[in-house]
Design a protein around this ligand. Structure first.
Ligand code: NAD
Length: 494
């Protein structure tokens, strides 16, 4: 891949589109207002983004509804829809560098990750759902001979998608691609920290042949544009990924408007459990480190709690520490960088606040722990030992490169700790005895469980949470259920 100089030159020359995309056109906010898009890399102003509000949401939803009602997409021959979405996936790949650059400038993600994981992940998701379009069938019920009872899946209409900043393109594609594959029209509201890749994705969809009004992007702040979309009476479904408190508001907005369906993908405090018969401590140590420090810990399913069965903790700490010798932290535009800065000063200060708690109840830093100050958003990988299970550090989502370690006296206590938070997004267990690991995994209350690994994932499997981590499922063919309703049609054959 190109070097730091190449990416610096591209960043200096970047002139990203900053208007929203409604009904096939770039438009300013009706109010003419904008907000600043600041890069966490160096706090420079990347551009000013159109600050959408109720009027813009109304325009976008009206365009989406008109396109849906016209049948231009919802009733298009599946083969033709597939061809447009496949072309869109190709265009995403063809614009890999531009999309990756925008993502890295916006959120501070290492450019190598933006290139290889985020852009390619979004393209693969769009392609995967495109390919599903002409391969999913409806059902015929086992009715008596004198009747035909068909069960068909129908698109819902206008889907409102509100997404976060930590995996902007990937999470947008998890929602937009299955929604479009089912024949819906979509209005996407990206997070204010990460509008740029969403705007370009919409342009590329249009270039691929997506009819006007089918895929719209309204940029803007959450309480303004996000709320207006969530409260809109012509939105049939709200697909949300973000924090628990905002998720609660989404349910409230739906209840206070048209009782639209709501799918929530929320936070986590995922446990990485290491039992005392773990077979490969080095593999375990590197998975633990990647599990928390990837994307600077700003991952909903980050393995942010390390639960170790007594006896092997110090040895494990030593191996995680050694692994970090080769873990390059720094400028996200450097292709060698493995971890970049925290997305914003507000998020950095939130992480700082948790770091400042350490020591008040007997906790200690094994490594890291310095707060970030001034213009820097860099927080080093941090490991905190001596954390009590019921403490704030162990219970609340920090959303930074901070791992807390808990020691369990036996397997039962490890399980109680693993399940002992409000969340249930993911978790892992390490053991050399596969039956033991399996039995433990079965008892983990989480949407995704890994055995002797962490963070394996692909569009082929569903992703979502138990308990306070949400209710919806992104990815896999199951995500199509999010964006469709079952219709029963009886035919009298007498
Ligand atoms: P957030 O809830 O602050 O924002 C998410 C989105 O909601 C943004 O687009 C934002 O503009 C919008 N929003 C904020 N306030 C709103 C309001 N009052 N009305 C309508 N919209 C509003 O979350 P965040 O800080 O962007 O993202 C981090 C959170 O997302 C973490 O809790 C993380 O765990 C979670 N997350 C979950 C998953 C998952 O799949 N479960 C994936 C990624 C992130």
């Amino acid at each position: 891949m190109s070097d730091l100089k190449y990416w610096e030159a591209r960043a200096a020359a970047a002139k990203p589109e900053s208007r929203m995309f409604i009904n096939g056109k770039f438009v300013d906010a009706a109010s003419g207002e904008t907000f600043d898009d600041i890069s966490p890399r160096d706090q420079h102003l990347i551009t000013k983004i159109a600050a959408g509000d109720t009027e813009d949401v109304n325009r976008a939803v009206a365009a989406a509804k008109t396109s849906f009602d016209s049948g231009v997409w919802s009733e298009m021959n599946p083969r033709d829809k597939k061809a447009i979405m496949l072309k869109w996936a190709d265009l995403i790949r063809a614009n890999q560098e531009e999309l990756a650059l925008l993502e890295t400038l916006d959120v501070g993600k290492p450019i190598s990750d933006s290139m290889n994981v985020d852009v390619m992940g979004a393209a693969r998701t769009v392609q995967w759902y495109a390919e599903a379009i002409d391969k999913t069938y409806d059902e015929i019920a086992p009715a008596p001979r004198n009747a035909l009872a068909m069960i068909t899946r129908e698109p819902l209409g206008v889907i409102g998608a509100v997404v976060p900043w930590n995996y902007p393109m990937i999470i947008a594609s998890w929602k937009v691609a299955p929604a479009l594959a089912m024949g819906n029209s979509v209005v996407l509201k990206p997070a204010e920290q990460s509008s740029l890749s969403a705007i370009l994705l919409a342009k590329l969809a249009s270039e691929a042949g997506m009819p006007d009004g089918v895929f719209n992007v309204v940029t803007g702040l959450g309480p303004a544009a996000g709320q207006a979309l969530a409260r809109h009476n012509d939105v049939a479904k709200l697909a949300f990924t973000g924090s628990g408190p905002t998720g609660r508001k989404m349910l409230q907005y739906a209840a206070e408007s048209n009782m639209k369906q709501v799918a929530l993908e929320l936070g986590g405090k995922s446990p990485q459990v290491v039992l005392d018969d773990v077979a490969d401590l080095d593999a375990c140590a590197s998975a633990i480190a990647w599990g928390i420090y990837y994307n600077a810990g700003q991952t909903c399913n980050a393995g942010s709690r390390l639960i170790v069965q007594g006896g092997i903790k110090e040895e494990l700490f030593a191996r995680v520490t050694k692994f970090l010798d080769t873990f390059k932290v720094g400028d996200p535009l450097d292709p060698a960088t493995m971890m970049g800065p925290i997305v914003s000063k507000a998020q950095r200060d939130r992480v700082n606040h948790y770091l400042e708690m350490v020591g008040k109840n007997g906790e200690r830093f094994v490594f890291g722990g310095e707060t970030a100050t001034g213009e820097s958003n860099m927080i080093a990988p941090t490991l905190i030992d001596g954390v009590k299970h019921d403490s704030v550090l162990s219970q609340e989502e920090i959303f930074g490169p901070v791992l807390v370690a808990l020691e369990a006296k036996d397997e039962a206590e490890a399980l109680a700790m693993a399940n002992g938070t409000e969340y249930g997004l993911a978790g892992s267990v390490w053991s050399g005895n596969i039956a033991r690991a399996h039995n433990f995994a079965r008892k983990l209350r989480a949407g995704t469980v890994w055995i002797n690994t962490f963070d394996m994932s692909d569009v082929i499997t569903p992703f979502g949470g138990f308990k306070g981590s949400g209710s919806g499922r992104d990815k896999s063919l199951h995500a199509l259920e999010n964006y469709s309703a079952l219709k029963t049609t009886w035919v009298d054959l007498n």
